[in-house]
Design a protein around this ligand. Structure first.
Ligand code: IPM
Ligand code: MN
Length: 366
């Protein structure tokens, strides 16, 4: 048995519910390949602020850095909305991403055929859609300096700076080109180069780098057009490469292609420990009710197996189990249409169905 240590940051709202389900599935999936997953849990986000007066402690950051991977639930909620920005739960997430150096955020948009009817788009528009959003995660307007709110001439003025260096763009663009090699060989780089200097540098850098990848077809698209194209004809995209804030917005939009943001996993990778989290937020309105969709967290655990544990078979087994559970008609509230062939399940029962499907002897890939 090989042992792997996973730092668990369940966080706030529905975070603990979905993380607990995802953890049991992670343990089972890895166990099938003789990898023992040991977890260490830490407060993170609003709950850490309540206990320690800060949304993440140095001890937690260190533990994450020293683990084999980090599995996170969600952070935030109305309770902490009025805190100073450095105390807000979201600040913990930015600090963690920066500490771990996870400059590449992978957000796959996979359409499950069983959920074709759950999206607000028509099935014929969705069919065949398979997108990977590669979002830059440790730079841009989320981290740029200066950042402040000041009184100026009797008015109040707030400033956030969008800053990108060539090297920051290059390293994430490489990840996008590499990912495209294993997919359909196309990268669409998204920017706002008709207005922004950072975007002009982005476009130039990505174009120059593309000569290292002669087999990859590179196109460029303005972000406003991309937002429109994602709902007009999502099939046209393979890998979408974009900056931090554009990627944040486009990935929420793209999540609706799958029917629910409750379906979208993410992996954040860089040079150190990888961080895995569902794209959805803490959903305070349904927190603690055993209603949340755990599939995004479970699919994030699959990405953890693939990118941090080198267990691509375990990853595939989890993904197949999700497919099977959906095909069998099991649904959480966010993807339930009420039709006769669907069964509405709680968070825990959905986890049990995935586990059952995972543990069938024939689901362990060699
Ligand atoms: C996400 C979230 C975060 C982000 C927030 C919670 C800081 O929306 O991961 O997409 O904006 O990156
Ligand atoms: Mn977001």
């Amino acid at each position: 048995m090989t042992k792997k240590t996973i730092a668990l940051l369940p966080g706030d709202g529905i975070g603990p519910e979905v993380t607990s389900v995802a953890t049991s599935i992670l343990k089972a999936a890895c166990g099938a390949y003789d990898v023992e997953v040991e977890t260490e849990e830490f407060l993170f986000g609003g709950c850490s602020y309540d206990e320690h007066g800060e949304p993440v402690t140095e001890e937690t950051l260190d533990a994450c850095l020293n683990s084999d991977a980090v599995l996170l639930g969600a952070v935030g909620g109305p309770k902490w909305d009025d805190l100073l920005s450095e105390h807000r739960p979201e600040a913990a997430l930015l600090k963690l991403r920066k500490t771990l150096g996870t400059y590449t955020n992978l957000r796959p948009i996979k359409i499950y055929s069983a959920l074709m009817g759950a999206s607000s788009l028509k099935p014929e528009i969705l069919e065949g859609t398979d997108i990977l959003i590669v979002r830059e995660l440790t730079g841009g307007i989320y981290f740029g300096k200066p950042r402040h709110t000041k009184e100026v001439d009797g008015d109040v003025v707030a400033t956030d700076a969008m800053v990108y260096s060539k090297s920051e763009i290059e390293r994430v663009a490489r990840k996008a080109f590499e990912a495209a090699k294993k997919r359909n060989g196309r990268v669409c780089s998204v920017d706002k180069s008709n207005i922004l200097d950072t975007s002009r540098l982005w476009r130039k850098t990505v174009s120059e780098l593309s000569s290292d990848y002669p087999d990859i077809e590179l196109t460029h698209m303005l972000v406003d057009n991309c937002a429109m194209q994602l709902v007009r004809n999502p099939k046209q995209f393979d890998v979408i490469l974009t900056g931090n804030m554009f990627g944040d917005i486009l990935s929420d939009e793209a999540s609706m292609l799958t029917g629910s943001i409750g379906m979208l996993p993410s992996a954040s990778i860089g040079d150190k420990t990888g961080l895995y989290e569902p794209v959805h937020g803490s959903a305070p309105d349904i927190a603690g009710q055993n209603k949340a969709n755990p599939l995004a967290a479970i699919a994030s655990a699959a990405m953890l197996c693939r990118y941090s544990l080198d267990l691509s078979n375990a990853a595939k087994n989890i993904e197949t189990a999700i497919d099977e559970v959906l095909a069998a008609g099991y649904r959480s509230g966010d993807i339930y249409s009420g039709s006769d062939d669907e069964t509405l399940l709680s968070t825990e029962l959905m986890g049990e169905q995935v586990l059952k499907s995972l543990l069938k002897p024939e689901s362990v890939a060699e």
